[in-house]
Design a protein around this ligand. Structure first.
Ligand SMILES: [Zn+2]
Length: 128
């Protein structure tokens, strides 16, 4: 799932106009509203692990964290059910939120270590 150039341009603006919001709502429905809320609540996080300098994107959910591969994959249940199994859509609102957050620079950055990453991955990789 990749946003079009026009969409990236709209999202790059300092503030979204009512027209922009209308456009995204028509295209993505309530997924967009949920994604925007996640971004505003700073729940999109980019971890950098040292010494490898590898990065991982996370969305902090109510019950747990979801690990994302931007534009490609999310460990949440709806990605599995709606995208992988039912093929109804090509993304969940976490993936949309990550794109919006990255474009707008509205994400949290956290640093950790590779040792910690191995422990966190056990939790993040869960797909239940
Ligand atoms: Zn998801």
């Amino acid at each position: 799932m990749t946003l079009s150039l026009i969409e990236v341009k709209k999202l790059s603006k300092e503030s979204l106009t009512q027209d922009d919001i209308e456009y995204f709502r028509n295209k993505y429905g309530k997924k967009f509203i949920r994604a925007l809320r996640i971004v505003e609540e700073k729940k999109v996080i980019k971890y950098t692990f040292q010494p490898s300098a590898s990065t991982t994107w996370i969305v902090r959910g109510r019950a747990r964290d979801y690990m994302l591969i931007p534009k490609t994959y999310c460990t949440c249940r709806s990605f599995y059910q709606e995208v992988v199994i039912a093929r109804e859509t090509n993304m969940c609102y976490h993936l949309l939120a990550q794109q919006i957050a990255e474009i707008r620079g509205q994400y949290k950055t956290l640093d950790s270590t590779d040792v910690e990453r191995r422990k966190m991955y056990v939790e993040w990789r869960r797909t239940d």
